[in-house]
Design a protein around this ligand. Structure first.
Ligand code: ACO
Length: 427
């Protein structure tokens, strides 16, 4: 039975249906609110607004639960592969063995970039941030792959999705190679998705590159942990851009731009920089005090989350993965000790406990990525690579949603009312 929410405004009563999903909070359907009452709702940051229906990802922030198509992130990270998760997000079900190998084969055969795109890279300065390059190159894909930009054609949409997932490692690796002045490496189709990415990033044409299986596994897991995360800022950006009918490559470029910010995808870079700045465990109290000081803009990077008010389940897997990578590579980095100690101190501090601030996925990912050999500037690029799967799945879901409309929020106008224009000499 559908429930109703009662609403009164200026002495008049209105009723709005309450919709229930399969799990999670109910939502009040206020689509008719403006038409009936002439009022808008005010919700900066969309903290109480469901912008769409989705079957992809479910988060219970209070319980620290993250499910993709119903499967727990811990199970996927432990037992699945990034390719399998990509298939799951795009198609709704886990693949059979044949479906998985067919999908891997398709993705593998789309990994090369149009040769002319290499010229495009050369237009960037060598010290360009990889995210700047990725925004530009991914946006430019629409100029190279005209045959997959008709968003009303389901086949073209799927080809564009496969192209984006497949080409992202090549694009990210080339952004890295360009910054260090090494030649671009073509993809090697005999390798796994993740192994191929590692080779294109760290290999050189002068010698064979051997993929370290422990690093490959850890990297694949990091990709799984970042594959999708409900209606976060970059995903909402992709949906908003797509709602106007923009082509998929342009939409994903918009998502990359949003992800770049330090409050979102840039947080792991910021978290690692912070850990280096802290340096030793003795200096932790000083930084904790700064994070708590209202007059200091400093925040503990990698702590807090808009949705998780309990431990971020991805951070649990990430912390375990740090240990595995350190063991496999025989790394001893004091920064990990600082991170563990900082977590312990913060989790016992009244300020962080009261505000329910826990480590998020970014707190440990920077530590692992730097142990693997990535410079901090590549961290967000790796996030973008993995999140492309979620973005394209969400974009496809949006295009086929019968309720979909162009996204067009309204506002509470607080500027001047209409006034008379005076010529410059009379002001
Ligand atoms: N350090 C210190 N204080 C914090 C932190 C932090 N990391 N995060 C939140 N707070 C405090 C705020 O000052 C605020 O205090 P107040 O109520 O006294 O004003 C309170 O906790 C609530 O914070 P908001 O900013 O209102 O929470 P919101 O949900 O809007 O922000 C966000 C979430 C942006 C992630 C925030 O916690 C933050 O800036 N964290 C650091 C950046 C970070 O790690 N981002 C990664 C997010 S995960 C991802 O994108 C994959």
């Amino acid at each position: 039975m559908t429930d109703n929410a009662n609403f009164s405004l200026s002495g008049k009563d209105f009723q709005y249906p309450v919709l229930s999903g399969t799990v999670g909070p109910d939502v009040v359907d206020i689509r008719k609110l403006y038409g009936q009452t002439g009022a808008f709702t005010y919700d900066p940051g969309f903290t109480s607004t469901a912008s769409c229906q989705s079957k992809l990802t479910y988060i219970d922030g209070d319980e620290g639960v993250l499910l993709h198509r119903g499967y727990a992130i811990g199970d996927l990270a432990e037992h699945s592969s990034f390719m399998e998760v990509a298939y799951l997000l795009l198609n709704g079900e886990l693949p059979s063995a044949d479906e998985l190998s067919g999908f891997e084969n398709t993705i593998t055969r789309h990994t090369m970039l149009h040769e002319q795109l290499a010229t495009f890279y050369r237009g960037f300065r060598r010290d360009a941030h990889p995210m700047a390059i990725m925004c530009g190159v991914v946006g430019a894909l629409s100029a190279f792959y005209h045959d997959s930009t008709d968003i009303h054609d389901a086949r073209q949409r799927m080809i564009a999705s496969h192209r984006l997932i497949a080409k992202m490692p090549t694009i990210a690796a080339m952004a890295y190679k360009y910054s260090v002045g090494q030649p671009f490496l073509y993809p090697d189709n005999s390798l796994s998705y993740t192994g191929n990415f590692l080779r294109m990033t760290f290999g050189v044409p002068a010698e064979p590159y051997e993929v370290n299986p422990a690093v490959e596994k850890a990297m694949d897991r990091i990709f799984i942990l970042h594959a999708d995360h409900e209606q976060n800022a970059s995903t909402s950006t992709v949906r908003l851009a797509g709602s106007s009918g923009a082509n998929p490559f342009a939409c994903i470029a918009a998502g990359i731009a949003c992800l770049w910010g330090p409050a979102h995808g840039g947080a792991n870079e910021a978290a690692l920089n912070m850990l280096h700045e802290i340096g030793t465990p003795e200096k932790i109290p000083e930084y904790i005090a700064r994070a708590k000081d209202k007059n200091d803009p400093f925040r503990l990077m990698g702590f807090g989350h808009r949705v998780y008010k309990n431990y971020d389940p991805r951070a649990t897997v990430m912390q375990k993965t740090v240990r595995e990578v350190f063991e496999a590579l025989n790394v001893q980095d004091p920064v990990f000790e600082t991170a563990l100690r900082l977590e312990e101190i913060a989790l016992n501090d009244e300020y962080f406990v009261e505000k329910k601030l826990f480590p998020n996925v970014d707190f440990y990912s920077g530590v692992i990525l730097s142990a693997i050999g990535f410079p901090t500037s590549m961290f967000t690029a790796l996030f973008a690579l993995a999140r492309t799967v979620g973005w394209v799945a969400q974009w496809n879901e949006m295009i086929t949603d019968p309720d979909q409309k162009i996204g067009r929020p309204r506002q509470l106008y607080t500027g001047p009312t209409q006034r008379e224009y005076l010529p410059v000499g009379s002001r």
